[in-house]
Design a binder for this molecule. Structure first.
Ligand SMILES: Nc1ncnc2c1ncn2[C@@H]1O[C@H](COP(=O)(O)OP(=O)(O)OP(=O)(O)O)[C@@H](O)[C@H]1O
Ligand SMILES: [Mg+2]
Length: 518
């Protein structure tokens, strides 16, 4: 039995990237995930965007109202004092008309009580005259020149009246209108304070009313303009997630031209793209299942054919002898093709088991199994004997063997006898990165291979090739966190370079190793 026959007699190899049954399972899984998502995404009232927006709007409008409220109370106080001084000026003007004689005591008391002040005086041309006054001349706590009150004085005065007022005596003075006389009055601030409190209460109530109604309006507007459409988007996503292969579930953009409209268009194209990918994957899964079934049966047929061809080789008939080796080679090739497809169909390569590997030794093994002695191809192992690479030795062997076999096959195809056929493997290290070069003096990669570099089944440009070697090699190198690339491919030289970084060392493990007694 040849080696290929032996390989064929091994049990069934799992194959097909994703079977039809797996695809159905995937559908169920998607639906369950969508249901889980839906229940986890029901947002409680307090966490809803609309609730947060409502509260924030109330808060911000209130802050704005407070900022207006304080100066408006201060301005109200100044206005109130001006009005009081105006009333006093009117009364004072009448009293001045009455002559220099003071009014009787009872009349004075009536006048002061009616206006709500303790004393009224007038200053005219440098002389002051007390017009009316209560029995005891009052001791004043604060002097206010109403026409000269700045905004800081207004604010501090309002705060003083509200916080400490009620019993304090104020002297208020200033000119009124175009009059050249200056009037002054003395009064307690009880009346002023209670008027300010009423005003402040009214303003506060009004502010609250304004903030609530503004918040309600903003809320309704934002709800209609934003939250509603966002909810629509969310509903559409969930509907789509429940059955992503159903074309009727793709969102229909509403045609709005703002950011949400753009989001709807993007979502629609994303969902359409996803559906296309899903349907392609399903086709691929079906195809994979069909290929693996055919391959499975083909493998059994080929196993029988291989047994028969082994027997034919022993037949002495010269006619048979002439065709038998070709027949055996053809069947071997068919077997290796079938094997390659089955191997690639395995869902995943196992993760690399990485250790320090002596590269020179591994390259020697690759050389030994290439079987190129006597073919005219020179094999140069240019790797330093001490060079170590942190890799899975089996997988690295497969990578090197695929690259070397390709190079040998390419050079063997070169018919010119004087052409140098040399395959060189070398390596260098930069920090923690190993770089391995596989260079040959072959004819360079054909156009088709270049255009489909590392793409499975598509890059083969030689008869009997499956186009898997480079795809597998690249996948194995990527599993090591490295890269495989074609650095040079001109007629006469082709160089593939792979980089493999060392595994990062975990500090705790390194420390515990260092601490362990020898
Ligand atoms: N060193 C090289 N020199 C010239 N051509 C190359 C070289 N390496 C690869 N190629 C080209 O790239 C193609 C793809 O190589 P790949 O190893 O992926 O597939 P294959 O060798 O055709 O088939 P198999 O799956 O059996 O390896 C080859 O068919 C060959 O034409
Ligand atoms: Mg190959």
């Amino acid at each position: 039995m040849t080696s290929a026959t032996a390989a064929l007699s091994v049990g069934t190899v799992p194959c097909g990237r994703r079977t039809g049954a797996e695809a159905t399972e995937l559908g169920h899984e998607t639906q369950m995930r969508a249901e889980r998502l839906e229940s986890s995404r029901r947002v409680p009232f307090v966490r809803r965007l609309s609730t947060k927006l409502l509260l924030l709007t109330v808060l911000f409008v209130l802050v704005a109202e407070v900022l207006i409220f304080i100066p408006s109370v201060a301005a109200y106080r100044v206005r109130w004092l001006e009005e009081k001084l105006g009333t006093v000026a009117a009364v004072g003007a009448v009293l001045i008309q009455g002559g220099p004689e003071p009014l009787p005591r009872a009349v004075q008391d009536d006048v002061l009580e009616a206006i709500g002040v303790q004393a009224i005086a007038v200053r005219d041309g440098g002389t002051s005259r007390l017009l009316v006054v209560t029995e005891v001349p009052p001791e004043v706590d604060e002097h206010i020149a109403v026409s000269e009150v700045g905004w800081t004085d207004a604010l501090s005065g309002a705060a003083g009246t509200l916080l400490w007022g009620g019993q304090r005596l104020l002297r208020v003075y200033g000119r009124v209108g175009a009059s050249d006389k200056q009037f002054e009055l003395v009064m307690t601030d009880a009346g002023l304070r209670s008027a300010m409190l009423v005003y402040a209460r009214n303003i506060a109530l009004l502010s609250l009313l304004i903030s609530l109604s503004t918040a309600a309006l903003v809320f309704v507007a934002i709800n209609r303009l934003m939250i509603g459409p966002i909810r629509g988007l969310r509903r559409s996503m969930l509907r789509f997630a429940r059955a992503p292969d159903d074309p009727t579930r793709v969102i229909r953009p509403s045609g709005r031209r703002d950011e949400l409209g753009v989001a709807e268009n993007e979502l629609a194209s994303l969902q359409t793209q996803l559906q296309k990918t899903l349907s392609e994957q399903k086709h691929l899964a079906d195809l994979g299942l069909a290929v693996s079934k055919i391959n499975h049966d083909m493998r059994n047929i080929l196993a029988s054919a291989q047994l028969l061809s082994d027997r034919i080789v022993t037949v002495k008939d010269p006619a048979v002898q002439a065709v038998a080796p070709k027949l055996v080679r053809a069947i071997d090739r068919a077997v290796s093709y079938s094997e390659g497809v089955l191997a690639y169909g395995r869902t995943q390569e196992p993760p690399p088991q990485r250790r320090r590997v002596r590269l020179r030794q591994l390259v020697d093994e690759v050389h030994g199994l290439l079987g190129i002695d006597g073919t005219g191809v020179d094999f140069v192992n240019d790797v330093d004997a001490a060079f170590e690479v942190d890799a899975d030795s089996e997988q690295l062997y497969r990578v090197l063997s695929n690259l070397s076999r390709n190079a040998v096959e390419a050079m063997a195809g070169d018919r010119e006898s004087a052409v140098v056929r040399r395959l060189t493997i070398s390596a260098e290290r930069t920090g923690s990165i190993s770089r391995i070069l596989v260079a040959d003096t072959g004819p360079g990669l054909p156009q088709k291979a270049r255009e489909n570099l590392f793409a499975a089944f598509r890059g083969s440009a030689r008869s009997g090739g499956t186009g898997l070697g480079l795809a597998i090699a690249s996948e194995l190198v990527r599993a090591h966190g490295g890269t495989l690339e074609l650095v040079e491919s001109v007629g006469g030289r082709t160089v593939f370079a792979m980089t493999i970084p060392d595994q990062p060392v975990r500090l705790d493990v390194a420390r515990s190793v260092l601490r362990r007694p020898a």
